[in-house]
Design a protein around this ligand. Structure first.
Ligand SMILES: *Cc1c(COP(=O)(O)O)cnc(C)c1O
Length: 380
């Protein structure tokens, strides 16, 4: 069989070799617990300090505003739950989030609902974007926190976070953005974004899995989610995952350095792919392509059920997804696509191709040809 093709970079990315090289010493000789006061510990903490300073500089934050977590999921949960609980002390008992947030944010919202918070969901238009008028309608002086992701993981569509930030702050609410998909492709400047909290994750930009960042602006009160030791300024217990933290910083540094180059390459590859695929007919793009990440192509293939399509593609060695990997075991149609107004049938005819820095012209050609063959066969 020809080499397998990976078109699922939005689910995760392979580790960059340069990142692995940077991590290796901290998985072997420099194994100390960063909180130990002896030489082993000091060496490990030195590496964590350096990683924290790299991340802080790249997003225009202070070092004491960077909190390392076990990934995007933990950062999302912490931001929403910790932020809402802290704000409740001011008598605020509503939260506002988009209907297309990642499941990490949605499930945190469900937990808050059980604690008595009212949850207001922002709808999206047919292009997959929250409309700014909806934000204004939903936010009030009762709002504890507004959560709006910077870019959606299923469609790649960029969201109006600058506007959401303004409305949230006008009403004295916190503003949080999940920038997990945004971080590999768009520069983050927390000063300019004026977010109170912002999350991203190492494995979406060629770093290790199981490590993420929650930026919390100085002065913003957030309750802790994970208690334990006094790590992360007493707000996040648990022995620091030194190798992963070092890897995340290296990976993010490389992502920022190579961002423009990768973005241009991916835009070209994605548009070439969609052109090739569209020639089979009955293909419609989900989500506005010009206001989106360069890496994601979500399409509806008329008359073809996505589970059957994905199964056949996998048999031919082409790996992609119906949407979020976290929801791929479920038989429910995507909450993102249904929020965009697709009915169940259309949502279940939709798939997500996501490309990355190791995607080649040859893979685009072979992948599109394979998809077309399978589509024709399944349409019979
Ligand atoms: C992948 C992803 C997450 C979850 O991050 P993990 O590090 O895998 O826990 C959260 N939000 C978005 C938008 C994502 O794409």
């Amino acid at each position: 069989m020809e080499e397998r093709i990976y078109f699922d970079y939005a689910a995760t990315t392979p580790l960059d070799k340069r990142v692995l090289d940077k991590m290796t010493p901290y998985l072997t000789d420099c194994f100390g617990n960063a909180d130990s006061p002896h030489a082993y510990g000091r060496k490990a903490m030195g590496a964590v300090d350096e990683a924290r300073s790299i991340v802080a500089r790249l997003i225009h934050a202070n070092e004491n505003e960077i909190y390392f977590t076990s990934g995007g999921t933990e950062a999302d949960n912490w931001a929403l739950i910790g932020g809402a609980r802290a704000k409740r002390k001011e008598g605020r008992d509503e939260i506002v989030l988009s209907a297309i947030e990642h499941h990490a944010v949605l499930s945190a919202a469900e937990r808050l609902e059980k604690e008595g918070f009212a949850v207001r969901y922002l709808p999206v238009n047919a292009g997959g974007m929250v409309e700014i008028g909806e934000i204004e309608k939903a936010v009030s002086d009762k709002t504890a926190i507004v959560a709006l992701m910077a870019a959606n993981n299923e469609t790649g569509v960029l969201q109006p976070i600058a506007y959401a930030e303004k409305i949230a702050h006008k009403h004295g609410a916190l503003f949080f953005t999940d920038a997990v998909q945004y971080a590999p492709y768009k520069k983050i400047d927390v000063k300019e974004m004026n977010a109170d909290m912002l999350a991203f994750s190492g494995h979406k930009f060629y770093g290790p899995k199981g490590v993420g960042v929650l930026y919390i602006k100085n002065g913003v009160k957030v309750e802790k989610l994970i208690g334990g030791g006094e790590q992360e300024r007493g707000l996040r217990g648990g022995t620091l995952n030194v190798a992963a933290i070092v890897g995340l910083a290296k990976a993010y540094e490389l992502a920022c350095l190579e961002m423009d180059e990768n973005g241009k390459k991916l835009s070209a590859l994605a548009s070439s792919f969609i052109d090739k695929l569209a020639s089979v007919g009955g293909i419609t793009r989900n989500g506005a392509g010009d206001n989106a990440l360069p890496s994601v192509v979500n399409v509806r293939i008329q008359g073809v059920e996505n589970t059957t399509f994905l199964f056949n593609m996998d048999l031919q060695g082409v790996c992609l997804a119906a949407g979020s990997a976290c929801a791929s075991a479920s038989v429910k149609p995507s909450h993102v696509l249904t929020a965009m107004g697709l009915d169940e049938k259309r949502a279940k005819e939709s798939v997500r191709f996501s490309f990355g820095k190791y995607t080649t012209e040859e893979e685009i050609e072979r992948g599109a040809a394979c998809a077309k063959k399978i589509i024709n066969k399944l349409r019979g």
